[in-house]
Design a protein around this ligand. Structure first.
Ligand SMILES: NC(=O)c1ccc[n+]([C@@H]2O[C@H](COP(=O)([O-])OP(=O)(O)OC[C@H]3O[C@@H](n4cnc5c(N)ncnc54)[C@H](O)[C@@H]3O)[C@@H](O)[C@H]2O)c1
Length: 344
């Protein structure tokens, strides 16, 4: 029997990734969808033969739902995930898993208490160039990583979100964080995973430079961040995040290692390029990375489905989500304080 999913929030990520990916996998099924916007949820539920709910609380009582995908506004992630876990559902929660450390911890505690799985949608780890990079680093061919620079920059979520510039993404009460929470948490997670080390210190600038809401007013959350991190093993690196890159999206990472340089997402054809210190060069053509303009399957639902079916706890769990969130919350606190700050 396929894993029967209930989706909370049927906006951009649900319609472009989670729902089609769930429907495409014979091991999973879109059983129900909940969204307060009735016309939206009715239309999408009808398209996929799922049951429509305008209140997710009603959907959580549905015995035909085994697992829930939480993919609405950031500030709702924690409470909805906790309610779903308490209702006996496994939970795949979008990033950032929560907007405070206390909420993230409460999600982990509830998953532990109920014995239900909690996975966080930190999909950068699954993108083909990043998977290949992890293999190359694990092979030891490049030696230790010494430093990195990474960037995630696009023109802003208004070109992506279902309600455009009116979106919750630009409302502090619903988003809590701007680009640092949106794209930074992806990059913090990717680097923690690639390096196999925790971040220990961070500092930098987090600013609102240009992004306007639907009224033409400057948003009251961050649209740019320029950060510097240090890891437990002494790796240092820079992270640039932007919602005001009014050109082609950038999602690249360069790792400077003892025996060469590993470049990911810097070339449109070769997702992974290795320049060895001895002059050798490797060009790897691997699968593409998803961008806001071009969707490729994320693999997130497939991985969670496999985890549920095989009764194996998900690797990208609440603790991983917490650590990536903690690095980003600390970065934002460090920017306000204007000093390099330790990550707990
Ligand atoms: N992993 C990724 O790469 C990735 C990419 C995009 C978005 N996301 C995350 O997914 C989440 C959703 O983003 P999006 O781009 O789909 O936003 P969106 O604005 O396009 O859609 C959000 C949907 O949530 C619905 N909603 C609002 N309140 C709700 C409630 N109380 N109950 C149920 N639904 C409710 C809205 O009506 C809307 O349909 C965000 O947390 C975002 O950070 C992750």
């Amino acid at each position: 029997m396929p894993v029967r999913y209930g989706i909370i929030g049927c906006g951009a990520i649900a319609q472009r990734r989670h729902i089609p990916e769930c429907a495409a996998n014979p091991a999973s099924k879109v059983a129900a969808i909940a969204d307060p916007v009735k016309e939206r949820v009715d239309a999408i539920a009808a398209k996929y033969g799922a049951k429509a709910y305008t209140d997710y609380k009603d959907m959580l009582k549905d015995p035909n739902v085994d697992a829930v995908v939480v993919c609405g506004p950031n500030t709702l992630h924690a409470s909805q995930s906790i309610e779903a876990l308490n209702a006996g559902k496994h939970v795949l929660c979008e990033k950032p898993m929560a907007t405070t450390r206390a909420d993230a911890q409460a999600m982990i505690d509830t998953a532990n208490k109920t014995g239900k799985y909690l996975m966080i949608g930190l999909n950068q780890r699954l993108m083909p160039p990043h998977v290949r990079a992890k293999e190359i680093l694990a092979s030891g061919k490049l030696g230790k990583v010494l430093a990195f620079r990474t960037a995630f920059k696009h023109p802003g979520p208004e070109g992506w979100a279902i309600e455009g510039a009116k979106s919750w993404f630009f409302k502090k009460g619903q988003a809590s964080m701007g680009v640092t929470g949106d794209l930074g948490v992806h990059k913090a997670d990717l680097l923690r995973w690639l390096l196999g080390q925790e971040f220990t210190e961070v500092g930098g600038f987090v600013s609102t430079l240009d992004k306007k809401d639907q009224h033409g007013d400057l948003i009251d959350i961050d649209d740019n961040a320029y950060l510097t991190f240090k890891t437990a093993g002494g790796v240092i690196g820079s992270m640039i995040l932007s919602w005001t890159n009014y050109g082609a999206e950038e999602n690249y990472t360069v790792l400077y290692c003892e025996k060469g340089v590993l470049s990911l997402g810097t070339d449109p054809v070769y997702g992974v390029i290795v320049n060895y210190r001895n002059g050798d060069k490797e060009m790897h053509k691997v699968g593409e990375m998803s961008t806001n303009e071009k969707q490729v399957p994320s693999g997130v639902i497939d991985l969670f489905t496999k985890s549920i079916e095989s009764k194996t706890p998900p690797e990208i769990d609440g603790i991983e989500g917490y650590r990536s969130l903690d690095a980003i919350l600390t970065a934002m606190e460090a920017a306000v304080a204007g000093k390099i700050t330790k990550i707990a």
